[in-house]
Design a protein around this ligand. Structure first.
Ligand SMILES: Nc1nc2c(ncn2[C@@H]2O[C@H](COP(=O)(O)OP(=O)(O)O)[C@@H](O)[C@H]2O)c(=O)[nH]1
Ligand SMILES: [Mg+2]
Length: 351
């Protein structure tokens, strides 16, 4: 998972260690005279870090660091590499900025103790910054929500929204399995009435899982299907209604109107955005659009098994302010992982 971002972060950690290395390389040139122009201007970094230059600048600062602490301009240099790394890994600009601010604050003025390992310091500062990005004020405990409804004798209603092909139907099937494994009784609502294949796909999953599915004809009113499913769940004493919906593009006004209507009628306890991690920054924009239209409670990020860059996972929480609930890690029913920031952190910082 996240090989590229992992490599970038590793390099940043190495840079910090180099800067803070206890001995200067013997071939280090003398310190530049004060009138010499700075090689890495702090305000306007070059579009691409020139090879060689940062290294020379780095050697010069090494001496300073041995005596003192990481000065803002030294940090600036490290940060530049981190910024490029984050953006190349599809981390959204405001999120990259946030991580960078935290790393800057964490590194600037840090004095390394004699026994302190610079690698550890860099690791710790980066980890903390990323952990912050992945932590939201709002928390969602899916099972608690369902239990609370069950205590009232009502089914919990969960509506899934997101673009076609990104993993909604598959995630619903996985979640049905997850809930059944924990003793809950779900029913599926085929409210993706836009495509006949959408209904059939859900039916196939339902049959394999041994769970009920409520459907109408293709083109039927999606909100009516959700309504039927809720009535069915109440009548049968089922615990959870998982409502599949149509996708299309998030810019589609009709789609957003349809989602609003479903939400108005079904009054979901949770509205979960399902996104495809492979689409990078796009998925973040989609989550924001759905959140603005219907208000999402959190996200499921699919195809993490194939996600080489990892930016989406870092961005989506920060941009929407809503937690990631699960990660989709494959096409099987059991390929659903409860999200914890540690999962990403460990994947990113594993050796
Ligand atoms: N590798 C992988 N494929 C996934 C994952 N989630 C969904 N898919 C695949 O993505 C495709 C589209 O998924 P689907 O659930 O139909 O998306 P929907 O249109 O949003 O309902 C299917 O081929 C799924 O098997 C995942 O976590 N990993
Ligand atoms: Mg679908």
């Amino acid at each position: 998972m996240f090989e590229k971002l992992k490599q970038k972060l590793k390099r940043v950690v190495e840079r910090v260690s180099q800067k803070a290395a206890p001995e200067a390389p013997p071939e280090a040139p003398p310190e530049a005279p004060p009138e010499a122009p700075p090689e890495v201007p702090p305000k306007a970094p070059p579009a691409v870090p020139p090879p060689g230059k940062p290294r020379r600048a780095l050697r010069r600062v090494v001496k300073r660091i041995i005596r003192s602490e990481l000065a803002p301009e030294d940090v600036e240099d490290i940060i530049w590499e981190l910024q490029v790394g984050l953006l190349e890994s599809d981390v959204a600009v405001p999120v990259a900025d946030h991580v960078i601010e935290r790393v800057k604050a964490g590194l600037t003025g840090r004095k390394l103790g004699l026994r302190e390992d610079p690698k550890k310091l860099a690791d710790e500062v980066l980890r903390q910054a990323i952990q912050e990005v992945l932590t939201t004020e709002q928390r969602v405990d899916l099972l608690k929500v369902i239990d609370a409804k069950r205590a009232q004798g009502e089914p919990a209603v969960i509506v899934f929204v997101g673009i076609n092909g990104h993993g909604k139907t598959t995630s619903i099937a996985k979640l049905a399995r997850y809930l059944m494994d924990r003793g809950y009784k779900p029913v599926l609502a085929a409210a993706d009435t836009f495509r006949a294949a959408g209904i059939e796909q859900l039916e196939i999953h339902a049959e394999r899982l041994g769970v009920g599915v409520i459907k109408q004809k293709r083109g039927a009113d999606a909100a009516a299907v959700a309504y039927d499913a809720i009535a069915h769940a109440k009548a049968r004493g089922l615990d959870v209604v998982l409502v599949d919906t149509a996708g299309r593009m998030q810019t589609d006004v009709n789609l957003m109107d349809e989602m609003r209507k479903i939400v108005r009628v079904a009054k979901p306890d949770l509205t979960i955005f399902v996104g495809d991690a492979l689409t990078g920054n796009d998925v973040v924009e989609q989550a924001r659009t759905f959140d603005q239209a219907v208000g999402i409670s959190g996200s499921i990020l699919c195809k993490m098994d194939a996600d080489a860059r990892g930016g989406a996972a870092l961005s989506i929480t920060q941009v929407t302010g809503k937690p990631i609930l699960f990660l989709g890690t494959g096409q099987g029913y059991d390929d659903l992982v409860e999200f914890k920031p540690e999962i990403l952190l460990n994947a990113l910082f594993a050796d």
